[in-house]
Design a protein around this ligand. Sequence first.
Ligand code: 5AD
Ligand code: FES
Length: 363
Amino acid sequence: MTLEKIFQKHDNNEELLREDLYSLLTLRKEDEIRALIDKAYEVKLKHVGKKVFFRGLIEMSNICNKDCFYCGIRKSNKTVERYTMKEEEILAGAKFAFENNYGSMVLQSGERSDEMFISFVEDIITKIKTLSEGKLGITLSLGEQSLETYKRWFNAGAHRYLLRIETSNQTLYGKLHPADHNFQKRKNCLVLLKQAGFQVGTGVMIRLPFQTYDDLVNDIIFFKEMDIDMIGMGPYLLSNNTPLANEPKENYPIDEDVYQLAIKMIAVTRIYLKDVNIAATTALQAIKAFGREMGLKAGANIIMPNVTDTLYRPSYQLYDNKPCLDENADDCVNCLESRILNIDEEIGYGEWGDSIHFRNKIQ
Ligand code: 5AD
Ligand code: FES
């Protein structure tokens, strides 16, 4: 089917089929990719509007019980110096996000499930709510936990949660993780999060070894089937000292520039899911100076500026060449604001910017 026919189908409110998504994702001609991006932007304006929302990101700790084969802070990586930020340092980051009118913040860390960690997080959430008079929205990105833990954190005041499925292909998931990492368990966490009351975000990595275009199309369908509210996805980037970094070229079935593919993934996801929040991720910026801005033009509406003290940033490298290692949070605000206004987007200062998809559901 031609591009125009697929867009027409979309405009007539017909559900796009798997093969339509495949056609869009595999576009290679420059003018067609341009048309795809423009269409995604049009869908974004119609369903979620022009505003970009900020979530100030704090990378609380790089201590992690997980051992994902691709990740720079995996448990077995002995070259990493481990840290946990002190409560005051985390609260200072939250205060910064609040005072700079970010509206929301994200608490992210390596995965831990011991009671000490659970109650530490619970306490931090309560204190952030207090210091911001309940005004700062809190998103968590703290991995797989029990329903009880999710409920405790929700009741303390967090209301959104990010847990990437990494890939919706269970076999591929098995190749990227040690045997004790369980795809079904992770998928079920998305259900538990919803049960606990959270707006739920998930996402995948793009152009992984062994990953095909069909896998990526299935990822987008997975987001819809799981009724996901927010999406965060980005290119898979090599991290030295990890097992996956040694994968030879012939094990990458997708032969396409990963930046172009990541932009197309955002665009197709926007067109198919319409009213979800989609993040323009740091990994996009890592491979292209204006990658995040292009993400916004292709349908993303969320940016997560890093407000972690620069002291800790070199130790939170999930992949090599992560940007903004030495900029402090103040520089990030100014640089981001002008970058976003430059591309004719607006900033939703002081607003939570919740997923409209979630809001539409509960009405
Ligand atoms: N490249 C890109 N993204 C990565 N992540 C972890 N390692 C990498 C990598 N090498 C992503 C995972 C995880 C998120 C916190 O960071 O998707 O869910
Ligand atoms: Fe799993 Fe870092 S160890 S993503």
